[in-house]
Design a protein around this ligand. Structure first.
Ligand code: GLN
Length: 510
């Protein structure tokens, strides 16, 4: 075996190496554990690396090859730490769950375990998935491997950074308002949020149940499809899960002939950075080169999506997080003489500031006398946002937008301004409100940092989205791997030319 380049290896390639006997599951796993050992002290993507388990299990896969053969057997994966894993702590990056040991496993993770994937560990996130930079984590702040002075996005920033830094082959994340797509965009990888209900939420610690969805983060669209294939399905334990009308296909499309792609004018009016806009326009031009057609469309209620989301998501969060009371899970205050004081102190000590802010907003929005004015109204706006998409999808097959209005921002630059942080998801949130599937693929660099291109489709159009994204991905040819430079690290770090990456494919990206 030659040395494995974990910064570039795709799951598709890794699978072939395994099948051809050119590498063993143990060797493959070790390559990721070695990369973790080499860079994790700079990236901080993982809350927990389950190195011993991973090494042991991969050896077992090799030994029991016959019994454990399967399409994903022996492929290592990272899992966002808001999916419960039996016997492996699940913290949601919160002090209130710092010691929580689940007694069961989330269905999506269970399906992968049953397929004999090798879990490398649990990745960092904004506490309870509330945030857009992973800086709300109660454990640590993850850094973006493209520039360690910047954030990886969030809330699945740990999963995205792990994949981008070659510390994982691929990963699971969750997306309530953009938390898979936005970090994928900021880290230069592919991330997909499936149609609401396509993947079971059983065992995903609930943030906003009507919006939450598990999905893949990977280095290619093909890998995304491959992983998605193995986590979708109706689950008797999640009443909101549904069977897809057709199985997920591995994408092969190279052209976009006849595909109509709508570009919503409202999305381009929302403070998109010039560099992001330029990459977006170039990618839209590629759609046409591949035989597709771009049309301007209108989603008139876009401007109300963000405010509606910031009523609905906190309202659901306030209800969901009521279960953390110091009795049933995790942390309990050391210092209380009566039950009410115990609840209050436990929650006061256990939750971080953003989670408290959301619980307060949500509780207020749901309180008697305000329910109609806030929650009821936000739900009506949600219906309008959904109808906007429905009518646009009568004219076009897909909708395209930048994934994030900006590239990765500097750590600390938005932490004092929740509204600026909330704006990070302006292009992704409407998709969750409407329950639709969407993907983000890298479409080039701006100031040396990756830009994401979002494709949104009607409910259950996963195959259409994956096919189009696959064709575009090949045309874009984004192959850069991050350099782990640190632009804040004085002359040496700052001296590195912008966008310097370890790959030869730099030309044509800018
Ligand atoms: N950034 C959004 C929020 O803070 C979305 C988070 C998510 O998708 N989990 O709510």
């Amino acid at each position: 075996m030659g040395s494995l380049d974990t910064l570039r290896l795709t799951a598709r390639e890794a699978k072939k190496l395994l099948v051809d006997g050119e590498v063993s599951a143990a060797e493959l796993t070790k390559a990721y554990l070695d990369q973790i050992a080499a860079v994790e002290d700079r990236v901080h993507a993982y809350i927990l690396v389950t190195a011993d388990n991973a090494a042991k299990y991969s050896t077992k896969v090799d030994r029991e090859m016959q019994a454990m053969r399967g399409p994903l057997a022996g492929l290592p994966i990272a899992v966002k730490d808001n999916m419960v894993t039996e016997g492996v702590t699940t913290t949601c990056a919160s002090r209130i769950l710092h010691n929580y040991m689940p007694v069961y496993t989330a269905t999506a993770v269970r399906q992968l375990w049953d397929d004999h994937v090798v879990m490398l560990g649990k990745t960092n996130l904004d506490e309870f998935a509330m945030g857009s930079s992973t800086e709300n984590s109660g454990v640590q702040t993850t850094r973006n491997p493209w520039d360690l002075a910047t954030v990886p996005g969030g809330s699945s920033g740990g999963s995205a950074a792990a994949v981008a830094a070659g510390e994982a082959l691929w990963a699971l994340g969750s997306d309530t308002g953009g938390s898979i797509r936005q970090p994928a965009a900021l880290c230069g990888i592919v991330g997909m949020k499936p149609t609401y209900g396509a993947v079971s939420r059983y065992g995903l610690v609930a943030f906003a149940s009507s919006l939450d969805q598990i999905g893949p983060l990977a280095r290619s669209v093909y890998d995304c499809a491959l992983l998605l294939q193995h986590i979708v399905g109706k689950d008797p334990r999640d009443a909101t899960s549904v069977a897809l009308p057709a199985p997920i296909e591995l994408p092969t499309a190279a052209r976009l002939d006849g595909v109509r792609v709508g570009i919503p004018r409202e999305y381009l009016a929302t403070g998109i950075e010039p560099g992001v806009r330029a990459r977006f326009d170039e990618t839209a031009a590629r759609v046409e080169e591949l035989g597709g057609r771009c049309l301007e469309v209108s989603l008139p209620h876009t401007e109300y999506a963000l405010p509606a989301y910031y009523i609905i998501a906190p309202a659901e969060a306030s209800a969901n997080l009521a279960r953390f009371d110091g009795v049933r899970y995790g942390h309990r205050t050391a210092d209380a003489d009566d039950l009410i004081t115990m609840y209050e102190r436990t929650r006061g000590e256990g939750f971080g500031p953003e989670v408290k802010r959301r619980i307060m907003i949500g509780t207020y929005a749901l309180s008697a006398g305000y329910y109609d004015a806030y929650y009821g109204r936000a739900q009506r706006v949600r219906t309008l946002v959904r109808r906007d998409f429905e009518s646009v999808f009568e004219e076009v097959d897909l909708v395209a937008s930048p994934t994030s209005p900006t590239v990765a921002f500097r750590a600390g630059s938005r932490t004092d301004d929740p509204l600026a942080m909330y704006m990070s998801d302006i292009c992704t949130i409407p998709v969750n409100l409407a329950g639709l599937p969407a993907i983000s693929i890298p479409c080039g660099l701006s100031d040396g940092l990756p830009v994401g291109f979002q494709l949104i489709g009607p409910a259950f159009s996963e195959n259409r989205i994956l096919g189009a994204a696959h064709a575009l991905e090949a045309a874009i040819g984004f192959e850069l791997a991050p350099s782990l430079r640190d632009s804040s690290a004085g002359p040496a770090g700052a001296g590195a030319p912008d966008g310097e990456a370890s790959g030869p494919a730099g030309g044509g990206q800018r």
